[in-house]
Design a protein around this ligand. Structure first.
Ligand code: F6P
Length: 318
């Protein structure tokens, strides 16, 4: 019976469990054996392999995190480590590997593909920073977590007539900041992809207070700056009382949204279809509501999309 390995790698994200469940259940129904690899590439180095049954993936659909766990492996970053990974898989009779993770995890999968393992990627990261997919796994849930947090902060900022400077994750991408900022009707969004002028922003915040506003919210993508540094600067520029909040890892938790559960189920189903058709060396995505796939090479060389259009909508709405 053909054996398919699956692992989750890099920062976890809400919906990874749903993707694993779909792979395991569809794979078993189509006659494959699914082997779970614990702790990402680290577990691949240490042969942490175990057969997964349909029951093993019961009760995980609605849980955040990844029940296969995730880790970073320095060893796997080396050529020797990659050879060892391919060897460990072949030795266990696994010629196919599904990797759920972000850009770094995809690069590892592409290396294994060159070493004769048929590999597949699924975009597991809250950052939404993978090209050729409109959404990554967990991004939608994270936006909802951030939206709730902004709502809570707005309540208290309003009582005390303060400015809340909220730092969100995203690595070098401003997607979480722009989307959550628009969804929350905030006053300013700072992202790494676009220029911003803190003096000008501070002046506008002050104007708002002068016209009767009782609070303001500024969202900062972590790639653009630190809330702890920006909040005192705003105070210096316009005199308003400011408070920094770093949302941190709270953004990576919580029960996955309906969207994250559904599209990961579709992707898990689709990857088994690709395996049946012997199409490999590809990563899946969702584009215009369709599950699509592209070669790793195309993903690595695609332009990272600048969210200038969305940012302009935000500017027109404040
Ligand atoms: O890539 C996901 C992410 O949550 C980023 O947004 C963030 O910069 C990073 O991972 C945090 O990594 P760690 O969990 O290792 O602190």
């Amino acid at each position: 019976m053909k054996k398919i390995g699956i692992l989750t790698s890099g920062g976890d994200s809400q919906g990874m469990n749903s993707a694993i469940r779909a792979v395991v259940r569809t794979g078993i129904a189509r006659g494959f054996e699914i082997i779970g690899i614990k702790r990402g590439y680290k577990g691949l180095m240490e042969k942490e392999f175990s057969k997964l049954t349909s029951r093993d993936v019961g009760d995980i659909l609605y849980r955040g995190g990844t029940f296969l766990q995730s880790a970073r492996s320095e060893e796997f970053r080396t050529k020797e480590g990659q050879k060892k990974g391919a060897y460990n898989l072949k030795e266990a009779g696994i010629d196919t590997l599904i990797v759920i993770g972000g850009d770094g995890s995809y690069r590892g999968a592409a290396e294994l593909q060159k070493l004769g393992i048929k590999t597949y990627g699924m975009p597991g990261t809250i950052d939404n920073d993978i090209p050729l997919t409109d959404y990554t796994i967990g991004f939608d849930t994270t936006l909802n977590v951030v939206m709730d947090a902004i709502g809570n902060l707005r309540d208290t900022m309003s009582s005390h007539e303060r400015v809340s400077v909220i730092e969100v994750m995203g690595r070098s991408s401003g997607d979480i900041a722009i989307h959550a900022g628009i969804a929350s009707g905030v006053d300013a969004i700072l992202v790494p992809e676009l220029p911003w002028d803190l003096k000008d922003i501070s002046r506008k915040l002050k104007e708002g207070f002068d016209q009767g506003k009782t609070h303001s919210i500024v969202v900062v993508a972590e790639g653009a700056g630190k809330a702890e540094e920006i909040a005192p600067l705003i105070h210096e520029y316009c005199g308003l009382d400011t408070r920094p909040t770093v949302l941190g890892h709270i953004q990576r938790g919580g029960t996955p949204s309906a969207f994250d559960r559904v599209f990961t189920s579709q992707m898990g189903h689709k990857v088994i279809e690709l395996i049946e058709n012997d199409i490999h060396g590809v990563a899946l995505g969702i584009e215009k509501n369709e599950i699509t796939y592209h070669s790793f090479e195309d993903i690595f060389t695609a332009d990272t999309e600048l969210k200038a259009d969305l940012y302009q909508i935000f500017k027109d709405l404040i």
